[in-house]
Design a binder for this molecule. Structure first.
Ligand code: ATP
Length: 679
């Protein structure tokens, strides 16, 4: 607080009303946040800074929020830095006149590239005083780096980084001591960490969202000039509005300008789910038995659907003659044959339009004449044209991911639609599932092998469910999704892992309940037949509170020789010299993998059960081991598949691992209650 309120000396003389916000001011706030682990204090630093931006330079609010959440744009825009450690080291070396060898050595000793940049920058004599960096300048510089393609892209990216680094910190008078204050508010440190994809402030995106709501409420009341302080109720109201709006329309690019224009309290009316902006899908809770499902839904009607094993897809569409506007970036491959605009988004909000041109080209043949705009939740599944049935997920994975040409498509897909979120200009997420299903069925005409509604059954008896489960397995599905059918609770809850959707997988019925999606952190060289590849791997889950990856098992089972070769060629590209500072792993020498990797790949893994072990760190802050020394680990883990549709921070969370462990323990003793949580 003091930095912004100090009356004695203006800490940012360059920051005048309407002028671009100095990047140094944001770095000071980052540094204050980094020094605390208390969420309330983080929120207060964050919201105070955003208030100042709102007061002085509201035009910079959007890039400020984006830099705070370590993103350049909404996920669907597809702008990603994808810069590895080696390019960053090269840029630091070339900016500061230090050799790559010295930089690598520093990185070995310090283990945090951000701090290596600070050290390198401190050693460098400043010949001239560079123009101070601004938030909008840094944001633009980073976008430029991310969007460089074509000839000599790597070196041009390095040049872009050098441009930012050489303007960083040079204008500040004092030198930063890397041993003190985690490197202090150094601009170079935060630029490098942004490039690495981890600011390491412990600042969750949710905290930024809450801070933004608080800042906006305070600002609106302040600008009325009544001298009033916002009440707790008003602050809470602002927070709940912004959270609700963001979950249906997760795009700061759309929300922030609307909020500046209409105010936070009018946001619900101005910002609603709209075609073109993908929302985070609703997720299901795992269950281990049909009886568990019946207990959960006791006294309420539910419905069962086949659980198709393919890829989640959210299809957005606006017909040419629709009054509805298409928001968001217009995907290149997405003009439909009848002149409408359509896009397909992954579970991750990535644009899949270039992967599925075959779906887009046929879309309008499944749409009824009165259907002018929609957002559809569905699963794309590989389809056997001869046998007329669903093919295993592995077949779907063999499809090319980008720039697919319709004439080259060998693996045909069928779209299985299970939910409708928007229809003809109106968001329908708050309607009951029964009503949404009726709308879905009235808006489309299924075509076998191309577009079908998910097979469903509304029977409520255990025998009916068991029979339907058996049928789903015969139809090559993974099991069932059981969903609340009527009433408010059956509304679609974007981004939530809800107890109103339960999954029963065929192979849950024994074992721990669900497979896990884990991040590959390291590997061990193979022995015997496997000497030319990695033979085993170190996997981790993700702790979203601390923004760290916590080790959970070593795995060497479930891989064919061909898969091991493929994994080796992928992983050898992302080897790093030492573990990232945000890896939480055992320090014992005998437990170190032979090589470490950048956190990039997520694998699905099955396990027999979970156990406590001093060797792993998963969930060790979740209270499963009273001594806090042991983490949770997987026993007999087995590789299932690579999850291309998940980013590392979408891996199974430490909290979920702890929940699975507790459930297993309580099932062993009695029966545990189902817990609801926000994903
Ligand atoms: P999670 O993060 O919940 O573990 P996941 O991506 O690993 O999800 P699963 O655990 O297999 O996937 O189950 C949920 C997924 O099942 C959905 O994301 C969706 O892709 C798929 N699915 C298939 N059929 C249906 C259906 N009828 N209703 C909802 N989802 C379905």
């Amino acid at each position: 607080q003091t930095t912004l309120k100090s009356k004695d000396k203006d800490p940012y003389p360059d920051w005048k009303p309407g002028e671009p916000v100095p990047y140094a001011a944001l770095c000071t706030t980052f540094s204050l946040i980094e020094m605390t682990s208390k969420r309330l204090i983080m929120t207060s630093h964050c919201s105070l800074f955003l208030r100042q931006v709102l007061r002085l330079t509201p035009n910079d609010l959007l890039p400020t929020v984006l830099l705070m959440i370590n993103k350049l744009a909404a996920d669907y825009a597809g702008i990603e830095l994808g810069i590895g450690e080696s390019l960053i080291m090269k840029a630091i070396g070339e900016t500061t006149g230090r050799s790559l060898g010295v930089i690598k050595q520093d990185q070995k000793e310090i283990g945090d590239l951000g701090l290596v940049a600070v050290k390198s920058r401190a050693n460098q004599p400043t010949m001239f005083k560079p123009k101070p960096l601004t938030i909008r300048g840094v944001h633009k510089g980073l976008i430029d780096i991310a969007t460089i393609t074509g000839n000599g892209a790597q070196q041009r990216k390095v040049d872009g980084i050098k441009k930012l680094l050489s303007a960083a910190d040079g204008h500040s008078s004092g030198k930063v001591d890397i041993t003190k204050d985690k490197g202090g508010p150094s601009e170079a440190k935060y630029i490098v960490r942004f490039l690495e994809g981890k600011l390491r402030l412990g600042l969750a995106e949710k905290t930024v969202l809450v801070s933004l709501a608080q800042a906006m409420v305070c600002h609106e009341i302040e600008s009325k000039g009544s001298g009033k302080v916002p009440s707790t109720e008003k602050l809470a109201e602002g927070e709940s509005i912004l959270k609700a709006v963001y979950s249906s329309l997760p795009s700061y690019e759309v929300i922030i300008p609307a909020m500046l224009e209409h105010g936070i309290f009018n946001l619900r009316d101005k910002c609603k789910l709209q075609p073109g902006v993908p929302l985070k899908p609703m997720l299901a809770k795992p269950t281990k038995a049909i009886t568990e499902v019946l207990d959960r839904f006791e006294g309420q009607t539910f419905t069962c659907e086949y659980k198709y094993d393919g890829e989640r897809a959210q299809i957005h569409y606006v017909a040419k003659d629709s009054p509805q506007q298409y928001r968001g970036a217009e995907p290149a491959a997405a003009k439909t044959p009848t002149g409408g605009i359509a896009a397909i988004f992954s579970r991750n909000s990535e644009d899949l339009s270039k992967k599925y041109p075959d779906i887009l080209s046929k879309l309008n043949t499944w749409v009824n004449t009165d259907t002018k705009s929609f957002v559809l939740d569905c699963e794309t599944v590989a389809w056997d044209l001869v046998e007329k049935k669903v093919l295993p997920f592995q077949q779907l994975m063999t499809r090319k991911k980008k720039d697919v040409k319709i004439e080259d498509v060998k693996i045909k897909v069928c779209v299985f639609a299970f939910d409708l979120l928007f229809l003809n200009g109106e968001a329908v997420v708050e309607k009951s599932l029964r009503e949404r299903r009726e709308l879905l069925h009235s808006a489309f005409t299924p075509v076998e092998g191309e577009f079908q509604f998910a097979t469903s059954m509304n029977g409520q008896e255990i025998d009916e469910i068991q029979q339907f489960l058996d049928e789903s397995v015969k139809a090559s599905c993974e099991g069932l999704m059981v969903k609340m059918l009527d009433g408010q609770e059956s509304g679609y809850e974007p981004s939530k892992r809800s107890r109103n959707w339960l999954k029963i997988k065929k192979d849950y019925l024994s074992g721990i309940g669900d497979s896990l999606d884990l991040v590959v952190l390291g590997a061990y060289y193979g022995r015997g037949k496997r000497t030319s590849v990695y033979g085993a791997f170190l996997l981790a889950c993700y702790n979203s509170n601390t923004d760290t990856y916590e080790t959970v098992c070593n795995i060497g089972t479930g891989f064919s020789e061909a898969v091991l070769e493929e994994l080796h060629s992928q992983l050898k590209e992302i080897v790093i010299d030492r573990p990232k500072p945000f890896y939480s792993h055992s320090s014992g020498n005998q437990h170190q993998p032979d090589v470490w990797f950048e956190p990039k790949y997520v694998w699905e893994v099955k396990t027999a059960d979970l156990t406590l072990s001093p060797r792993y760190k998963a969930g060790c802050h979740e209270g499963v081991d009273p001594s806090g020394e042991k983490g949770i680990s997987l026993r007999f883990p087995r590789f299932i598949k690579v999850r291309d549709d998940k980013k590392p921070d979408m891996a199974t969370s430490s909290r979920q691992v702890a929940e699975m462990y507790r459930k297993q323990e309580s099932v062993a003793k009695s029966k545990g209650p189902a817990v609801d949580d926000d994903f």
